[in-house]
Design a protein around this ligand. Structure first.
Ligand code: OGA
Ligand code: MN
Length: 207
């Protein structure tokens, strides 16, 4: 597992880049939030979870029927837990380090988090939305880590961000890339892709 570890200096420079991005232009991105070996291990666990049938359609909170829901978002999800396997434990501990850094440097008062795997089957999408739902005002920051191998621009499936007063920004969901933004502020959408699209999405919360 030693190949999964990152030096403290490198880790903190990734955290800084995400935070600086939010302060400067409403979103932060980095290319290697965690080492490639951990991205690969998380991808394998996502795919094993999918094959076992444990990934379920995500709710939208408002819409009741499966078809109504599918018109808004088409991913299937499964929540991460530290006791599932070493990769999920390592990822969530990395997130805890990020939260500690964020609270120490920005006084953000984050005291909880939740993260799920997401798989968007070919052609599925998530319409433009904000992540802080009325039913979940505790969500302060959103975070996504992509788990796709060799994603090409022609595969589409970009995350499209709509920062206020700026042109839309398209992020290719290549493995290891991460995006960070305020959950109550930034509207965004997931465009359909021509191959299954894998990620971890989650929220830093104040509860
Ligand atoms: C979400 C979401 C973005 C992505 O799950 O709320 O917007 O790029 N995900 O997967
Ligand atoms: Mn979202």
């Amino acid at each position: 597992m030693s190949t999964h570890r990152t030096s403290l200096k490198n880790m903190e420079s990734q955290f800084e880049a995400l935070i600086d991005g939010v302060l400067a232009r409403h979103y932060g991105t980095v290319k290697h939030f965690v080492p490639p070996a951990l991205v690969a291990a998380l991808r394998e666990h996502l795919l094993a979870t999918f094959r076992s049938g444990a990934m379920k359609p995500a709710g939208t909170g408002r819409l009741s029927t499966y078809d109504q829901n599918l018109a808004v978002r088409g991913d299937v999800i499964h929540w991460l837990e530290k006791d599932h396997n070493a990769a999920e434990k390592m990822f969530l501990e990395h997130i805890e380090q990020f939260i500690a850094y964020l609270n120490r440097t920005c006084y953000t008062g984050i005291n909880a988090y939740e993260f799920h795997y997401a798989l968007y089957p070919t052609g599925h999408f998530y319409k433009r939305h904000r992540d802080q739902l009325q039913s979940d005002a505790g969500r302060k920051f959103s975070f996504v880590l992509y788990l796709n191998e060799d994603w090409l621009p022609e595969n589409e499936g970009c995350l499209v961000l709509y920062p206020e007063g700026q042109p839309p920004v398209r992020v290719l969901p290549e493995g290891g890339h991460s995006v960070f933004f305020r959950a109550d502020e930034l509207e965004h959408e997931v465009a359909p892709a021509n191959r299954p699209r894998l990620s971890i999405a989650g929220w830093l919360k104040q509860v």
